[in-house]
Design a protein around this ligand. Structure first.
Ligand SMILES: [Zn+2]
Length: 434
């Protein structure tokens, strides 16, 4: 297996082991610990040393890892790669069991973010996330991660005979059409506590101690390498776990530099980033301030550090769709495996400007990596991402980049094998840049 394929397979395995944002952060945390990073806690006092490697998590779904730079922090600042841990899915509502004619049990859910609904139909699904259980006192519940792993759910389509016009397009109702079926009712089944009973078995905690859950659905099918020449990665959650994985690999492989290198993994990008663990919160600013304060930086030094810093906001991008080339800008048409995409938007939904774009281009050129540009067709609206939300908290130079992919927000997305290595090398080049 060539090295690009190996790196792509590593990404597929990482995503396969990350069925919820809680699992993403747990997996990143374990990899950092294996690589001699020290865990800090927002609630405790921090001790950090020059050239040390640290990380801190928030709410189990966002994580900030950093390697402390070797020179004066005010003049060298931070180099930050930002990505997000969440993906569009369905969340389990409280008391989820709904009985259908006393024969079937289905689960009540709500959408999280903007999934392409029809891609979730007729697939074996399961449930993963976090469970809060009774703790020693009321302010501190005990947290368990849970992944049921076996396929327990399905959201069946209507047969075509009941919906003859299905192939002309169908509006799926989130409350009616998208509820997953879990079981047939029988005498042994505790139909009101079906999910709690299952979770209790998996985490080995009595049902009565399970207080609340943060659970999402996921596709149990693992990703795969596809294409006649093994050129594509086909997997769920490439947006944005591909960038989490690329950023993490880059941070681990990067050299010790004058600046402090940071990997910021935020939650809740898919729902606007406005949460205590999202890019719209002061959390990144808090992490940077803390690093500065510990090193004795005064107010002016701290501001200098921020203004000497640079952020790469890394979130996946749209590749030219082979069946819909008309959807793209007439000139800038990103192709899979033709390198990282720099995202540009005149109205500042992306943070890229000529200065930050030039920085990323030079990094790619120095690493001999191809790159491309994305702009929306002028008559189509695109989505924003982490960069412009974070800019509301930190006045820092920033560029928006991502790898080209098809079917963003489908339960199964497709990107390029070579692009994953290209992006990882570009981010490593960014961290190594002096
Ligand atoms: Zn994204």
């Amino acid at each position: 297996m060539n090295s690009n394929l190996k790196h792509a397979q590593d990404l597929i395995d990482f995503i396969g082991n990350s069925p919820s944002p809680y699992h993403v952060v747990r997996n990143v945390k374990n990899i950092l610990l294996e690589n001699n990073f020290t865990e800090l806690n927002f609630k405790n006092k921090w001790t950090i040393e020059k050239e040390g490697k640290y990380f801190v998590t928030q709410n189990d779904t966002s994580l900030f890892a950093f390697k402390v730079g070797i020179s004066d922090i005010a003049s060298s600042g931070f180099k930050i790669v930002a990505a997000h841990s969440d993906s569009p899915t369905f969340k389990i509502k409280p008391s989820p069991e709904i009985s259908v004619e006393d024969k079937y049990i289905k689960f009540n859910t709500e959408t999280y973010g903007s999934p392409i609904l029809n891609t979730w139909l007729d697939r074996p699904l399961s449930i993963a996330g976090r469970v809060s259980c009774k703790g020693k006192n009321s302010l501190n519940p005990i947290t368990h991660l849970v992944a049921i792993e076996q396929p327990i759910l399905i959201i069946p389509n209507l047969p075509i005979h009941f919906n003859r016009t299905v192939n002309e397009g169908i509006a799926l109702n989130k409350q009616v059409d998208m509820l997953p079926i879990a079981a047939l009712i029988n005498e042994d089944l505790n139909k009101d506590l079906l999910l709690a009973t299952k979770i209790s078995e998996v985490i080995n905690v009595p049902v009565e101690d399970i207080l609340e859950v943060d659970l999402n659905l996921y596709d149990v099918a693992k990703g795969s390498i596809i294409g006649l020449n093994n050129e594509f990665i086909c997997s769920g959650k490439l947006d944005d776990l591909a960038m989490v994985h690329a950023g993490l690999s880059a941070l681990l492989d990067s050299d010790q530099t004058t600046s402090t290198n940071v990997l910021a993994i935020f939650d809740n990008e898919e729902v606007g980033s406005r949460s205590k663990q999202g890019a719209g919160s002061p959390i990144l600013k808090d992490v940077l301030s803390r690093i500065l304060n510990i090193q004795g930086a005064n107010e002016e030094d701290s501001q200098r550090a921020i203004y000497n810093s640079f952020m790469v906001s890394a979130d996946m991008a749209h590749a030219l769709h082979p069946n819909h080339p008309d959807k793209h800008d007439p000139v800038n048409r990103p192709i899979i495996n033709a390198g990282p995409v720099i995202k540009i938007e005149g109205n500042q939904k992306y943070t890229t400007d000529s200065n930050s774009c030039a920085v990323f281009e030079m990094i790619c050129k120095e690493a001999a990596i191809p790159y491309q540009k994305f702009v929306n067709r002028s008559d189509m609206l695109g989505g924003g991402t982490l960069g412009n939300v974070s800019a509301g908290q930190l006045a820092m130079r920033s560029v928006d980049v991502g790898n080209p992919m098809w079917a963003m927000h489908s339960v199964r997305e497709t990107s390029g094998v070579d692009d994953h290595t290209f992006m990882t090398k570009a981010l490593e080049g960014f961290y190594d840049a002096e």
